[in-house]
Write a protein that binds this ligand. Sequence first.
Ligand SMILES: [Zn+2]
Length: 270
Amino acid sequence: MSSGIRVYPLSLGELTNDVGLPLYLGGLAMPSDPEHAAAMCTQSMSAYVIEHPKAGPILFDTGVAPEREGLWPKESIELASPSLYEPEHRLDNALNAAGFELSDIKAVVISHLHMDHGGGLEFFRGTNVPVFVHETELKNAFYNVATGEDFGPYLPHYIDPTFNWVPIHGAKWDLFQGITLYQMSGHAHGLLVLRAELRNHGHWIFASDQFPLRRNYEEPIPQGWIMRDHPGWWRSWRFTKSLEQRFDARIVFGHDKDEFAKICSQRFYD
Ligand SMILES: [Zn+2]
């Protein structure tokens, strides 16, 4: 009997930042509450191995670079360095724990090129592993690094022409049998959401930072300061709702610590 797609969660640490980043109007002071204290929230950082019967193990997102000093500007280190990053959270070690070597990975899909998703491309430096990313995101990332207009979320160390970039075009792209990519807007201009069809666990929609928290998707609450296209986010939210319904899919949120802990209760899903 042929095997199907398997999904392995990888825990790559935690990020702690102001709740106003993931949640619109989060922590905002009001005239009735002018001294409203800022609130912090801790979020998981994750990636997934999606093992495909023909294409082999594919990695969805890569987390941060293993060393940030010297690669990241001081402000990015202060704002977005992981608040938890032990040796087991390094991408290579997390892969080992799931039963893979870095060299097993046949392709990388980057949801978007912010440094907590694309920074771990450092582990693939000098390899020819294809790095799938949406055309719009690739262009936008290079532009933002070059002009400095959105420097910080996008950093030059991995926005590097020596990687084997493979652009994805348009709104929908069937990457491999059972794996489809959709372009979304809001958090980044060319964010890719990945849908995988599992044999025993149905369809999973890996939302990445389109919906970092379940609250973003369910209540819904758009993102806060990390938002780049407000009406685009709402369009993509409605589109994802239609996908969820059509495929009776499970939504996998990008940084939701509680949701990720539930997923990590199993080593893999098939
Ligand atoms: Zn993120």
